[in-house]
Design a protein around this ligand. Structure first.
Ligand code: PBG
Length: 322
């Protein structure tokens, strides 16, 4: 290979040529849209930490899902914010909680939209941790049945897939076991396998009122410095029965996404989290950068790193730009 025979600019000369040699594509089916559901009716309340996102009651979640589906959207992820929180996060398994109710409404209005539910205790516990606590210790094995019960409640309501985000050891196996035993052996699990203890969850925690009342999540979420450990987590979750694995956050962890992509043939998701979205939105609103171009570049970067699926609050906007 030598210049001037090899000239990379030849295939950049016009838009048609550029599109022909484009290596990475973002499709509607690649995006999963996370939303926040609350109890009540006719609630559509803007979330101040996440401009453009809302707290939605089940009826409003249904309308949004229908609109999203009509625009070509394929999948949504539901986060529940309950009326009451307690020590064990018991409302998480409520068959009439906001997640279960929203799943029913959405599946009714948009039956071919995939509805995935986040499974975790932090939105439901009074202390805001993702598991049961004993003093300041977050308990592992004691938490597992509670997560499994929550997953079962979501699946009974009609969820197409459950996504545990708590980072307790063994939770994929515990959820798989209960679903199988209960006649839901066909329902897949998307595991938040390599989930890092990240400052980029800040806007989400304000939205879900799930900031830990004491300590932090470093006793169960991963150290941002660790890459090899991500493969360890992925292997464990796959061995326990995970169908799709996830890396979270996405943008600051593109190397981890690529590492996992090269490590397993299984479907890989990446979560562009609330802080990544808020940075783009706020920088765009201030005029510091071109929001649309920066947003699309962030999504293409995550796909190029190796993600098959992207959980992103940008999903509706990105759909309108495709
Ligand atoms: C925990 C959970 C969190 C997010 C998804 N699931 C927050 C946390 O671990 O503190 C973050 C998502 C985001 O920031 O967009 N159940």
């Amino acid at each position: 290979m030598s210049w001037p025979i090899d000239r990379p600019r030849r295939v950049r000369d016009n838009q048609a040529l550029r599109e022909m040699v484009s290596e990475t594509h973002l499709r509607a089916e690649d995006m999963i849209y996370p939303i926040f559901v609350v109890p009540g009716r006719h609630v559509k309340k803007p979330i101040s930490s996440l401009p453009g996102q809302y707290h939605l009651s089940p009826d409003e979640a249904g309308l949004l899902a229908l609109e999203f589906r009509r625009a070509g959207g394929r999948a949504m992820m539901l986060f529940g914010i309950p009326e009451r929180k307690d020590e064990t996060g018991s409302s998480g398994a409520d068959p009439h909680g906001p997640v279960a109710d929203s799943v029913k409404v959405i599946k009714d209005l948009a039956p071919d939209l995939a509805v995935i539910t986040d499974v975790c205790l932090c939105e439901y516990t009074s202390h805001g941790h993702c598991g049961l606590v004993d003093g300041h210790r977050v308990l592992n094995d004691e938490t597992l049945p509670h997560l499994a019960a929550q997953a079962l409640a979501h699946v009974r309501a009609g969820a197409d897939m459950v996504a545990p985000s708590d980072m307790m050891d063994g939770r994929v196996g515990a959820i798989r076991g209960l679903l199988d035993k209960s006649g839901y052996g066909h329902v897949p699990i998307m595991s938040y396998s390599a989930k890092y203890a990240s400052a980029f969850y800040g806007p989400f925690r304000l939205a879900a009122d799930s900031t830990p009342a004491f300590g932090d999540r470093r006793g169960y979420q991963m150290d941002p410095a660790n890459r090899r450990e991500a493969l360890f987590e992925i292997d464990l979750d796959l061995a326990e029965g995970a169908d799709i694995v996830m890396v979270k956050p996405a943008g600051p962890y593109l190397d981890v996404i690529r590492e996992v992509r090269n490590h397993t043939p299984r479907p890989l998701a990446a979560y562009q989290v609330s802080g990544e979205y808020a940075m783009l939105k706020l920088a765009g609103d201030s005029g510091a950068l071109d929001f649309k171009r920066a947003a699309m570049e962030s999504l293409i970067g995550i796909k190029r790193a190796g993600a098959d699926l992207i959980l992103t609050y940008l999903a509706p906007e990105a759909l309108s730009w495709l």
